[in-house]
Design a protein around this ligand. Structure first.
Ligand code: DGY
Length: 323
């Protein structure tokens, strides 16, 4: 029997590409650059399965194709707000993602940003490399203490909980959370966490707020000028979720006018283009979407995407089916 044709839209770690070739008739994107709308529509007509990433925008327009071949989009990544799910469903295309395997590393990057923003690590390194450091003094580059402070977490899925674990058990932080659904007493109890019913209330009651909710239209600008204005004085905001969750103009204004103290971003609205207003914002640490970027995790993400794809072609329900 011939192998299903699988198109992998960006280069994967070698070990996973090799494993993919054993099970599938694989086509790789040798140039490793994001695909155009047209390329992606053509791929839907040509391959039985596609493994896209966050850099592939699968808008309704992309799905407007005749003679569809694609039966499954086994996304390489946990977030799938770049895929228009209603369009995929209309065409009967199965969609899967890769949860669990990246929770620890994404929470580690959120922690990295939180510590960097609080302790002014980016600024300090820039000063030193520019040969501007004139030595230790009691008032030099004073930051904010992290230990024993209050950490607010928006979105309390696997990554949010991994962040709570680091903050609570590693740094003795009190944990506040906001989630649209009621989190069980058992899970809240694990971190001694308090659930809030609004983002505003969470921002008012937390020293740090870290975002771990999905992106997409329903969470666009969940953090905005109006709720930033109500934030606790000295708030530090961390975003490792999706760029669109934060109104970047409002964030830059809040930093500029000391409405909040600092921020750390790993994701950006319209990335990899960065809104110039952020480039000029003070007290802001930025990383190029490194949340899951470790050898172990990037391999596990690939293996998980392959497991989903294999299950589908065996006639089983893939374990990470989201549509
Ligand atoms: C994820 O898995 O969602 C990462 O942000 C990369 O897409």
């Amino acid at each position: 029997m011939s192998k299903p044709k699988l198109f992998i839209t960006r280069r994967w770690p070698k070990a996973v590409e090799e494993a993919a070739k054993e099970e599938f008739d694989v086509t790789l994107n040798d140039k490793d650059i994001p695909l155009s709308i047209e390329d992606m529509s053509n791929a839907l007509k040509r391959y039985d399965a596609i493994s896209p990433t966050v850099t592939d925008i699968l808008s309704p327009k992309v799905f407007d194709v005749e003679n569809l071949s694609c039966k499954i989009l086994c996304n390489y990544g946990v977030g799938y707000s770049h895929i228009d799910i209603p369009s995929a469903k209309n065409l009967g295309i199965c969609v899967t993602n890769t949860p669990d395997v990246l929770s620890d590393c994404t929470a580690d990057i959120a922690m990295t940003l939180m510590l960097m923003a609080a302790r002014r690590a980016g600024e300090g390194e820039r000063e030193l490399r520019a040969d501007k450091w004139d030595g230790w003094r009691p008032t030099h580059m004073i930051g904010a203490k992290v230990t024993d402070k209050t950490l607010g977490i928006i979105g309390f899925g696997r990554i949010g909980q991994a962040m709570a674990s680091r903050g609570h058990f590693g740094f003795g932080m009190k944990i506040n959370i906001f989630s649209r659904s009621q989190v069980s007493a058992e899970i809240l109890g694990k971190y001694n966490a308090k659930q809030f019913s609004s983002v505003e209330a969470l921002l008012e009651e937390s020293d740090f707020v870290s975002l771990h909710c999905p992106g997409g239209a329903s969470n666009r600008h969940l953090i905005n000028a109006s709720n930033l204005a109500k934030a606790r004085s000295g708030l530090i905001l961390i975003n490792t979720a999706r760029g669109e969750v934060v109104d970047e103009t409002a964030l830059a204004d809040a930093l500029e006018n000391n409405v909040i103290k600092a921020a750390g971003l790993d994701v950006f609205d319209g990335e990899p283009k960065i809104n110039p207003i952020l480039m000029a914002a003070p007290n802001l640490v930025m990383l190029p979407h490194l949340g899951s970027a470790t050898k172990e995790t990037r391999e596990e993400m690939g293996f998980r995407a392959l497991e989903n794809c294999k299950a589908f072609f065996k006639g089983d329900t893939p374990m990470d089916k989201v549509a």
